[in-house]
Design a protein around this ligand. Structure first.
Ligand SMILES: [Cu+2]
Length: 460
């Protein structure tokens, strides 16, 4: 088994300590690399204390080796090529072959040793967000340690003292390194039953991240402060984000961390959830309330929990509507109500590529075959059983199925609506709709806006 095909097939298992010799234990753990952006099946622990593993959306969990009771991991910081969605690959920085890096799963009380090898073109460090640890292990370069120079390996070692939901990211040239996709999830499972931590049947995790990648290019612009154009979960944009597949009646936990530069109101359809904790720990019962949307601010993490007791394909997305869009949403003037009839053919004589956008709203964009630069995602994309979803970016679906088997995370396909339970067209006579007319015109009142060609570019 070589490193690259370690994960081929469904048998994803932790490296067994017994198979590693004394000599090998004195060496660096062989780094495990991932070459696919798919959601890996849960990694059930083969050594150390038992726990119920998480599933990382379009990600994977890093195997470890046991060395004298210490869990040893090897992270390699390196340039990676990440498929953001079918049709677009981005040149990012990440860990062990992907961005984000692998999820690290340990148990409360575990002693953890993490080797970090720097294969980036510049120095780095790793900060273990939310952990209780010795100050010198906190990973803030310049403050608690020198940089990890290019080509060098540093060792972090601490006890995972607090159970919960955490993340890791560089604390060296942060703006560049996070804009390039360097981050990962960390889950510390409780060592015994915890009064404020529920046992669940499904436990999902992902990070909110964002990139600014010019249509037609592959490398993020690293000096962007707020105006990102690709809104992603674990460096994937819909329809590249996998669905969250659960069995009817399952108790479900979804752990979310925000490493973008803006907040994301995360919204679930068809169910109410409770926020049960954050990177600060499990929340007391008195602080919990039912919600269908929860805002995850910059640098925050949230745990959402609910019983999946309604069958169907339920939308699960960021409620900022421009965050469920892919690039090209910027700087397009509003054309609703502007009557272009007869104008387009005249314009096309002068400008052969001229295309009309948005005369009847932007929904046409969902079906339009636009000429796009190579390596660019359509602005609104993703198709469901009834047509285009007209969304991209931070969007997925929670698929709740009666016949999904316990522990089966595979996609059950689209939900078949039972007869008589779906919105339908009214076919009987409709009443006349009175409306105001514009004075003296004999025409219905409409909003008109004159837009000069390229006027939206002038303030740039
Ligand atoms: Cu958002």
């Amino acid at each position: 088994m070589n490193r690259r095909n370690f994960f081929s097939g469904a048998a994803l298992t932790a490296v067994a300590a017994a198979s590693v010799s004394k000599v090998a234990l004195a060496a660096l753990p062989e780094p495990v690399l991932m070459d696919k952006p798919d959601t890996a099946p849960p990694l059930h622990p083969e050594s150390g204390r038992p726990y119920n593993p998480v599933v990382t959306l379009n990600g994977w969990t890093l195997p470890w080796r046991m060395n004298n009771g210490v869990k040893e991991f090897h992270l390699v910081a390196e340039p990676v090529v990440r498929e953001i969605a079918p049709g677009m690959r981005a040149h990012l920085w990440g860990y062990n072959g992907q961005s984000p890096g692998p999820t690290i799963e340990v148990v409360e009380g575990d002693r953890v040793r993490i080797f970090v090898t720097n294969k980036l073109p510049e120095h780095t460090s790793v900060h273990w967000h939310g952990q209780r640890l010795p100050n010198g292990m906190d990973g803030v370069s310049g403050l608690t340690q020198p940089w990890i120079p290019v080509g060098k390996t540093f060792v972090y070692e601490f006890v995972a003292r607090r159970p919960g939901t955490f993340m890791y990211h560089p604390h060296a040239d942060e703006m560049t390194q996070m804009a390039m996709g360097m981050m990962g999830f960390w889950v510390t499972h409780p060592k015994t039953k915890h009064p404020l931590i529920s046992e669940v049947q499904r436990d999902f995790c992902f990070l909110l991240n964002a990139f600014d990648i010019e249509p037609g290019s592959a490398t993020p612009k690293i000096n962007t402060m707020l105006d990102f154009n690709l809104w992603t979960w674990n460096s994937r944009a819909f329809p590249g984000i996998d669905s969250l597949n659960v069995r009817l009646g399952d108790k479900v936990r979804i752990r979310v961390g925000n490493l973008t530069m803006t907040n994301h109101p995360i919204h679930l359809h068809g169910h109410e959830f409770v926020v049960t904790g954050s990177d600060g720990g499990p929340w007391p019962q008195a602080a919990r309330a039912p919600e269908v949307t929860t805002d995850v601010a910059v640098g925050q993490m949230r745990q959402l929990e609910f019983v999946a007791d309604e069958e169907g394909d339920w939308a699960f997305h960021c409620h900022k509507s421009h965050h469920t869009m892919n690039p090209m949403g910027h700087n397009v003037p509003t054309m609703i109500g502007v009557d272009h009839r007869g104008l387009v053919s005249k314009l096309q004589k002068l400008v052969p590529d001229y295309m009309l956008m948005g005369e009847r709203g932007m929904a046409d964009m969902g079906e339009m075959e636009m000429p796009l630069p190579d390596n660019t995602l359509p602005m609104m994309t993703g198709t469901g059983p009834y047509g285009p979803l007209e969304m991209g970016g931070m969007f997925s679906t929670l698929k709740v199925r009666r016949h999904q088997k316990a522990g089966d995370y595979s996609d059950p396909g689209w939900y078949a609506q039972p007869a008589g339970t779906q919105a339908y067209e009214w076919l009987d006579e409709a009443p006349a709709t009175p409306r105001a007319a514009a004075p003296d015109s004999g025409q219905p009142a409409v909003e008109l806006k004159a837009v000069k060609p390229n006027s939206h570019l002038q303030h740039h």
